[in-house]
Design a protein around this ligand. Structure first.
Ligand SMILES: [Zn+2]
Length: 342
């Protein structure tokens, strides 16, 4: 199942589509899988978030070294002792132990994907000019980058092309033989972005006319509210348990209960508090996920609002709209698959 997710992404399927695919197939999330296997996860009432696959969890999985057999720890640390809030730790400060278990994902696939992730924030200049598709275009056949390459046509005019890295510098290992003219790709991308913008505004208008109530509905926001309420209740319950422990201890001092009774009650009390604390951790994590979602939703709206119709591409537009472009073989109709950031 993990391998399927990596393969889907490698072949150009975006996070949203992967999540939808897994949900449609009824494939259990790692959390539900544990439940089915009878692993006790404590008293969990709110399964709303964890019984469905979410794009964020896919993104998370694709970067998780656990699937190549490494164990990384210390990715987050608590802001203060006894606070449920935590913050991300920079990658170079993680504690990574390599080869702790059998890898599920081969290193080739892993390296190709990580190269792709790191490329997203790395602009590159070739011949002094900014290559707007830099680190964005990949081969649907082998997953490697498509590179810009100038070539002359039969009239001696110079044209720019993009071609798979596996078809350059004497490397002919890839079967995606044909280069794609730069201009052709530009035109495809422009029309796809405009289609996306059209859709957005149509939907906005439709939503406005027919259902102005639910159009602006902030699902993540509602979940955050519900989770915060549950967090409060759980914290209160944990506090009450602490108080109960105090009276238990006093009863023991006063000789109202025996040493053995105290030991028994105390151990059951401890496991209950532990469960509550675990639950508090889980809720906090779910709140964080939803805050991320909420931010992304706002980002998406901001980006789509900024543009109406695009006539020419530049690096900013590419970075705002496009995560990656996968170019298929040109045997029949050439497939150009765009993964959107919005
Ligand atoms: Zn290739």
């Amino acid at each position: 199942m993990v391998k399927t997710i990596f393969d889907l992404y490698k072949n150009g399927t975006g996070y949203i589509k992967i999540a939808r695919h897994l949900n449609n197939q009824g494939i259990p999330t790692p959390h539900n899988y544990k439940l089915q296997m009878g692993v006790n996860l404590g008293a969990r009432k709110n399964l709303l978030l964890t019984d469905k696959w979410h794009p964020d969890s896919i993104r998370h999985m694709l970067k998780d070294e656990v699937y190549i057999g490494n164990l990384a720890q210390g990715k987050r640390r608590n802001i203060s002792y006894k606070s449920s809030k935590s913050q991300a730790v920079p990658r170079d400060k993680w504690i990574v132990v390599e080869r702790t278990h059998e890898p599920i994902i081969d290193m080739d696939t892993w390296n190709i994907l990580q190269e792709r992730f790191s490329g997203v924030s790395r602009p590159q200049k070739s011949n002094g000019e900014i290559q707007i598709f830099s680190q964005k275009v990949f081969c649907a056949d082998c997953g490697r980058l498509f590179r810009k390459k100038p070539a002359k046509n039969k009239y001696g005019q110079v044209f720019n092309y993009l071609v798979c890295k596996g078809r350059t510098n004497g490397d002919y290992s890839c079967n995606n033989i044909k280069a794609i003219p730069y201009e052709e790709l530009e035109n495809i991308v422009i029309s796809e972005i405009n289609l996306l913008l059209d859709n957005h505004y149509n939907q906005e208008i439709l939503a406005h006319e027919f259902d102005s109530e639910s159009a602006g509905k902030d699902e993540a926001g509602l979940k955050i509210q519900a989770l915060n309420r549950e967090l409060d209740t759980t914290r209160l319950l944990a506090e009450q348990k602490q108080k109960y422990f105090k009276t238990l201890y006093e009863d023991k001092i006063k000789g109202l209960i025996s040493e053995q009774q105290f030991t028994e009650l105390n151990s059951s009390f401890r496991s209950e508090v532990e469960k509550l604390e675990k639950r508090i951790d889980i809720i906090s994590e779910e709140i964080n996920i939803n805050i991320l979602k909420q931010n992304k939703r706002q980002d998406k709206n901001a980006v789509l609002q900024k543009y109406r119709n695009i006539e020419k591409l530049d690096k900013n537009i590419i970075d705002e709209f496009i995560e990656s472009i996968m170019i298929g073989r040109a045997e029949q109709k050439r497939q150009v698959l765009i993964q959107w950031t919005v």
